[in-house]
Design a protein around this ligand. Structure first.
Ligand code: GRF
Length: 217
């Protein structure tokens, strides 16, 4: 099975959704390690409870980004992963780190990219008055939050939404599309051409999948 390492910085609910999908059989990969840049990341306890090895590489111990990135890469490579997944990992990674994992580094971002790259996406979506918001799983490139899009899910912005209500609506879709994108990767169905992603039809001929509605499988 494909070996996956997940990088987190905090709560780890996206990581938990990937672990749950592997446990249920919906995601045929082995999550071999979870790496956090903070020892107090809540998700570390969740990973440990699921029997997954964890490591901490504390970014505060390194004054240069390259030094942090190098130790992070060595820590990841100890797990010999086929795929590295950023699940709420809140450090910007340097070009050489991104190049090292080119084509096998995925990120989830809480907006419909290319709208709202960076931080505070829900607050900014509310401030702009957009009616449709959402989340994106994409390949990571050195250009922050601009890598080739794999899958997106949209949610409405409702009158009366505050940041946390909107965040919760988006997060429910994050937990759906991240395992889906990782499964497509594991099945070898994702192809990158000229910065765009294509998805092979499933081998059982059941039709090309795009993000199904919530609860739709
Ligand atoms: C998610 O909204 C993710 O899209 C963003 O950071 C948040 C992490 O949440 N990059 P969690 O740690 O997965 O619960």
């Amino acid at each position: 099975m494909m070996r996956v390492v997940i990088l987190i910085s905090g709560r780890g609910s996206n990581m938990a959704s990937l672990l749950a999908a592997t446990a249920s059989g919906a995601l045929p990969v082995e999550i071999v390690g979870v790496v956090a840049n903070r020892a107090d990341a809540q998700g570390l306890a969740t990973a440990t409870a699921c029997g997954v090895s964890t490591r901490v590489v504390d970014h505060r111990l390194y004054t240069e980004r390259e030094a942090f990135d190098a130790v992070l890469a060595a820590t990841i490579d100890d797990f010999a992963p086929d795929l590295v997944v950023l699940a709420g990992f809140m450090r910007i990674l340097g070009d050489s780190f991104v190049r090292r994992y080119a084509g096998r580094l995925l990120n989830i971002h809480p907006s419909l990219l290319p709208a709202f790259p960076g931080l505070h996406t829900h607050r900014r979506a509310l401030a702009e008055g957009v009616r449709i918001h959402g989340c994106t799983v994409h390949f990571v490139t050195p250009d922050l939050d601009h890598g080739p899009v794999i899958v997106q899910a949209a949610v409405p912005v409702l009158d009366g939404d505050d940041e946390s209500a909107l965040a919760a609506r988006v997060l429910a879709r994050e937990h759906q599309i991240f395992p889906l994108a990782v499964r497509w990767f594991a099945e070898g169905r994702l192809h990158l051409n000229d910065g765009r992603v294509t998805l092979d039809a499933p081998q059982d001929g059941s039709g090309v999948l795009i993000a199904p509605p919530l609860g739709g499988g």
